[in-house]
Design a binder for this molecule. Structure first.
Ligand code: KG4
Ligand code: ZN
Length: 344
């Protein structure tokens, strides 16, 4: 059995975790940086990189201490090598390289998106390849066929904003606080989802992709109209997101060969309205619905350690000069989606 140390630092969470290949999470240490970024209403890349540099080494020490282990007992060291805010990614990757060199252990460069994509398998031993994955995070909104480790077919992606980005920007427009996703979900619980008419971009379109930029603009217009409560706009926005995701998912499901499981991952997978809709869709198509627990949906070290464990088992390790990558699509063969600001 292999023990993998995983480091995550691609956005505003610094994290280190130890995971064993039998799916035991030996320890996981995490430090959010909300307080560093709150005043700016969003993640400031340079501040994030500096905070990662301060936090990473103590978190590695905490993860080892909590598991009662030393670096010698670790079989390989995995770190997010992209995609993400490059300054932060470099902090985690350089730390992993230094540890790998000092302890003479193999290095595993993990695609952050693969960390999310494989995380459901860490908590569900029955989840086998292939499965259909809705990956919804702050930087991405993609529908993927997960064929195996390092093997993905991208069926759909956003042509403009990521879904988490739409949550974050809506929270900012509505002054609901930071981080935005959970704040919108909280406000939505107190609101009426039918109160504000909002668009459902690309609903019914004869293409598989997602779009959220128009929805965000409509939230701004509704706010500026001055007639609606923030809670009602939040609830209406969340319902519009759920409707769009459901419509796009049904579009792809009606065109692909059946798959046994529908899986959700990424920060927005923590949203209860999104999870409830996905469960309904899975039931309709006789699929098993798999969602990781909330803490494993948002960025963490355990998902990187687990992706490292899966890669290690497949014999995939990386040289010490492996580069950090700001962009790193899971399916390099997928054609570019139309639109500005396209997220691979
Ligand atoms: O996966 P993640 O932690 O980081 C990225 O890789 O992007 O996702 C963060 C995103 C943010 O946009 C955050 O607002 C969103 O996930 N998020 C949520 C919820 N919790 C986090 N969105 C909606 N509802 C939530 N409960
Ligand atoms: Zn993430």
């Amino acid at each position: 059995m292999a023990i993998i140390l995983g480091l995550e630092s691609s956005c505003d969470e610094t994290a280190a975790a130890l995971v064993r290949s039998d799916r035991t999470i030996l320890s996981h240490a995490l430090a959010g940086q909300e307080d560093h970024h709150r005043a700016f209403g969003g993640v400031v890349p340079e501040i994030a990189a500096r905070a990662h540099a301060e936090l990473m080494t103590p978190l590695v020490e905490t993860a080892l201490a909590d598991a009662g282990m030393t670096l010698d007992q670790v079989d390989a060291i995995a770190a997010t090598a992209g995609p993400g805010l490059i300054g932060g990614v470099m902090v985690g990757l350089v730390t992993a390289k230094a540890l790998a060199m000092a302890a003479d252990k193999p290095l595993i460069a993990v695609n952050h998106l693969e960390g999310h994509a494989l995380s459901p398998r860490l908590v569900d031993a029955e989840l086998e390849f292939p499965y259909l994955l809705l990956l919804v995070s702050g930087g991405h909104c993609q529908l993927l066929r997960v064929n195996g480790v390092g093997d993905y077919d991208r069926l759909a992606t956003t042509i403009d904003d990521a879904v988490g980005e739409a949550f974050d920007k809506s929270a900012k427009i509505l002054s609901l606080g930071f981080p935005g996703g959970p704040a919108v979900e909280r406000a939505a619980r107190e609101g009426d989802a039918k109160a504000v008419q909002l668009p459902r971009p690309l609903k019914g379109a004869d293409e598989p992709h997602f779009s959220f930029a128009g929805l965000k603009s409509a939230v701004l217009r509704a706010h500026e109209a001055g007639r609606y409560r923030a809670e009602d706009i939040a609830a209406s926005f969340q319902q519009a997101v759920v409707d769009c995701l459901e419509d796009r998912l049904e579009y792809s499901l009606s065109r692909i060969d059946p798959l046994a499981a529908l899986v959700v991952a990424g920060g927005v997978a923590a949203n209860e309205a999104v999870r409830a809709m996905l469960k309904r869709v899975a039931d309709r198509h006789d699929m098993r619905f798999v969602a990781p627990p909330h803490w494993l949906c948002t960025d963490n070290g355990a998902m990187i350690a687990w992706a490292g464990a899966e890669r290690f088992a497949a014999g995939l390790t990386d040289p010490l000069d492996v580069a950090a990558r700001p962009r790193w699509p899971l399916d390099p063969d997928a054609e570019a989606a139309r639109g500005a600001g396209v997220k691979a």
